[in-house]
Structures are given as C-alpha cells and as structure tokens.
Design a protein around this ligand. Structure first.
Ligand SMILES: Nc1nc2c(ncn2[C@@H]2O[C@H](COP(=O)(O)OP(=O)(O)O)[C@@H](O)[C@H]2O)c(=O)[nH]1
Ligand SMILES: [Mg+2]
Length: 224
C-alpha cells in the first residue's frame, strides 16, 4: 500500500498541530512557541495506522500575521514549495479552522493565495476542511439531540466566503475534537478515524496532486 500524505494548512492557532496528533493518534508534533520571528518550519511525522503509512505534514501558519500581506504571501509560497519538494506531491490538503474563529475576508484571501500557488482546482480535487474545537461546539449545544444536524446548520449560517469554500471542497467538512485522550472510543479517536476515512475516500476518487502538476502550475504562479 502507498503511504498517505496529508498536509495541514491554515492560520496559526486554529489547531493544525493538534489535528496532526489526532490523525496520528500520538502526541508526536510539538506545539510551537510562536515567537513572531518566522522560524516555523514544515514538520513531518508518520505512523502506521491500520497497515498504511500515514505521513502528516504540519505547516507554518499561512499568511502569518507578523508579515505584511505581500511578504506573508511570499513566505507562504516558500513554505509550500518546501512542502511539495519534501513530500514530492500531496494526497490531501486539509484546511484547518477553529470553530470559534470568524471566517473573514482575510481567510478568503488565504484561499486565493493558495489557489495561485497550487492551481484553481486543487481544493475541488484534493481538499477537505477540518473544524477544530468540536468539544466546545458540544458544550455550546447542551440540549442537542442531533449534533450532526446542528453542525450542518452552523455551516449554512456562515458567511458567504465560508460557504463558497465548503462547496468548493464538495462538502468534505468534519468537526473534530483534539482535546480528549487518544483512547479507543473517545471522540478524539473517532475524529482521527473520520479524517482518515474521508482522506482515503478522496484519494480513491481523485488520486493525488503530483509534483509535476505543481511544477507546471508554479511556472505561472505570481502570488501577488
Ligand atoms: N478545546 C480544544 N482546544 C483545541 C482543539 N484543537 C486545538 N486546540 C487548542 O488550540 C490551541 C492552538 O492549537 P495548535 O494545534 O497549536 O494550533 P496551530 O497553531 O494551528 O498549530 C492549543 O492551545 C490547542 O490545545 C480542540 O479541538 N479543542
Ligand atoms: Mg502549530
């Protein structure tokens, strides 16, 4: 079986690193101490899960706020370039957002920059969304008898930019919990299984984003 390569993308603080640990079912990624000095790097850890090697690439925050928009876009391009060289392509791009954060114009701009780097179709074909802080979502719906339905409602009541993104990834969106222990039956373990199942399905349907595709796209890429 081919290894599965998953990239975690999103702004700092939304839960990328924690999601990486959830996926691999181990606390392998260390949380960075954000010192605003731009020293974050792409980090990969892998584990064999259900007889398949799963490689997770944790990336620095896209469009880091310590840089200007222009420099942020350039830094993102450099990070993504490193990611694609290190991984030699990618199977699934996982966009990570925190449930509690608002999806602003800035977030939409991040998607624009990523589409310039990877091509207009990359999210349609290889993207999915993970919403972290599922535990807080549960706390905010104490009387819920249908959390799945409540989450769908939450998605529908979101801003236009967010809804566009959700339809772009063909409704591949999951609410996850990164906080519980990683023991069998926990909601964090269920999150891990759900992410991997969705990723495997997507790879089976649409294959991978190849390094060649990236190199061809890169020839035309201007981030700003
Ligand atoms: N309650 C809760 N906290 C979370 C969850 N996911 C991430 N966090 C917390 O959010 C903060 C930022 O997470 P981190 O993984 O470092 O985000 P990153 O900067 O995107 O890598 C940390 O304090 C995490 O413990 C979650 O699902 N539930
Ligand atoms: Mg992190």
């Amino acid at each position: 079986m081919q290894p599965i390569r998953l990239a975690l993308l999103g702004k700092t603080g939304h839960g990328k690193t924690s999601t990486g640990n959830t996926i691999l079912r181990k606390q392998v990624f260390k949380q960075w101490i954000h010192q605003n000095n731009g020293t974050e790097l792409v980090v990969m850890h892998s584990e064999d899960i259900e007889s398949v090697r799963v490689k997770v690439y944790d990336t620095p925050g896209v469009m880091r706020t310590e840089f200007s928009e222009k420099d942020g876009a350039k830094m993102t391009l450099m990070d993504m370039d490193y990611l694609m060289s290190a991984a030699n392509g990618m199977d699934v791009f996982i966009l990570v957002y925190s449930w509690s954060a608002r999806f602003t114009h800035e977030e939409s701009q991040v998607i624009v920059v990523l589409e310039r780097i990877f091509g207009k179709q990359f999210l349609q074909k290889h993207g999915m969304i993970v919403i972290t802080h599922g535990d807080d979502f549960v706390t905010h719906h104490p009387n819920s008898t249908n959390l799945k339905g409540d989450f769908e409602l939450w998605c529908q009541n979101h801003t236009r930019g967010f809804k566009d993104l959700v339809s772009k990834v063909n409704n591949r969106i999951l609410l996850v919990n990164n906080i519980e222990p990683l023991t069998e039956g926990s909601s964090r373990m269920e999150s891990s299984k759900a992410i991997l199942a969705m990723a495997r399905n997507l790879i089976a349907t649409n294959g991978s984003y190849s390094k060649t595709e990236y190199d061809n796209q890169k020839r035309w890429c201007t981030v700003l």
